[in-house]
Design a binder for this molecule. Structure first.
Ligand code: KG4
Ligand code: ZN
Length: 352
């Protein structure tokens, strides 16, 4: 089995070829970071145009690097959502065209399922496992029961954690994307200097909230002498922010592990995915949590934690193996929850 995967749901144009045994034959990613930098965030129209400009070349490169021809493929998979709809349309149309011309099955992959199944590609993790998906757009805790079978235990009621990192960086003038910059500054700072809030920590359940933390960062900056933000202030604020984020992640993931270990006694792995998984400080904390609970910890390599097409091709392999595929009438989906039964998270754990 050989599947071509295409990913265009945010600000990376990506194409990859993966085999059914989990060999990554090619993995091409073109980041649009420089195109969005002047705006301090991803601009959907700019992203869609850029995907359109580059996707054919990326697919060619992926096929050539893998050393395969379209006739060798078993299927073509593309992210079908959720994401910025203009970009998703570009990837879906490209995949459908290849599938139609070469008479191949087409698979519309949920981007979140791509992240969720990556640990099986990289580490062969068995179902069920608990997944913490933390990126610029998502912050969710999911029990992964099987392909297409997810139970959402928690999600954010406002911002994603990556977004909070990005906004903190923006307020401190550290540029975009903020996560790596905040982590680097935090390493030189004192995380106990500013007493920032730990939203929802200690509350029942496993939902997240980060907007109050973001506001507290703003207020802390405003309370410092105007125009005189010293390097040490920046470092201490980054470290304090990161310490608060780590406390919240550990608390919420701990609650999710209670539920998970109860509901799935044979589940023995905690997996992290998404761009925020690049953060060593946060990963160390979660790894410690897994060790305390006596369960395995899996963090796929960074290039497979951030957006990529190998995860889409792999999710395609997993679905194709189960006899699943999609019609060419599939319509791209800006919203596409992994667990449609999950209750809305608004006001989670907070008494009205
Ligand atoms: O998964 P990803 O590449 O894109 C999506 O959002 O889907 O994640 C990007 C996010 C950004 O918000 C970025 O600031 C954050 O991941 N990030 C980090 C780090 N590296 C990237 N956050 C914290 N620490 C990092 N080292
Ligand atoms: Zn993603």
């Amino acid at each position: 089995m050989i599947v071509l995967g295409i990913e265009t749901s945010c600000d990376d144009t990506a194409a990859a070829v993966v085999s059914g045994e989990g060999r990554i034959l090619s993995d091409q990613v073109l980041t649009q970071l420089d195109e969005h930098k002047p705006f301090g965030g991803v601009v959907p129209e700019v992203a869609a145009r850029s995907h359109l400009q580059h996707i054919d070349r990326l697919v060619d490169q992926a096929m050539q690097t893998a050393g395969v021809k379209f006739q060798d493929l078993s299927a073509v998979a593309a992210t079908g959502g959720p994401g910025l709809i203009g970009g998703v349309m570009v990837g879906v149309m490209t995949a459908k065209a290849i599938a139609a011309v070469h008479k191949l099955p087409f698979l519309a992959i949920n981007h979140l399922e791509g992240h969720a199944l990556t640990a099986r590609l990289t580490n062969g993790v068995d179902f069920p496992y608990l997944l913490l998906l933390v990126s610029g757009g998502h912050c969710q805790l999911l029990a992964v029961e099987g392909v297409g079978r997810y139970r959402r235990l928690g999600t954010t009621i406002d911002d994603a954690l990556g977004e909070a990192f990005d906004k903190t960086a923006k307020m401190l003038g550290l540029g975009y994307p903020g996560g790596p910059a905040v982590e680097a500054w935090a390493a030189k700072g004192d995380g106990s200097r500013f007493a920032l809030p730990r939203p929802l920590k200690g509350r029942a359940g496993c939902h997240f909230s980060f907007s109050g933390l973001k506001t507290a960062v703003r207020q802390t900056i405003d309370a410092l002498p105007p125009g005189a933000l010293e390097d040490q202030d920046i470092a201490d604020l980054c470290a304090s922010f990161q310490a608060a984020a780590a406390d919240v992640l550990a608390d919420r993931t701990g609650h999710a592990l209670d539920t998970f270990q109860n509901a799935y006694p044979d589940g023995k792995t905690l997996v992290i995915a998404g761009g925020v998984a690049a953060n060593r400080f946060l990963c160390d904390r979660l790894q410690g949590l897994a060790a305390d609970r006596g369960i395995d910890w899996v963090a796929p390599p960074l290039n497979l934690c951030t957006d990529n097409a190998a995860m889409i091709a792999w999710a395609g392999c997993e679905r194709l193996r189960l006899g699943l595929s999609d019609g060419l009438d599939f319509a791209p989906r800006p919203r596409w929850p992994l667990d449609p039964e999950a209750l809305p998270a608004a006001f989670a754990g907070v008494k009205a």
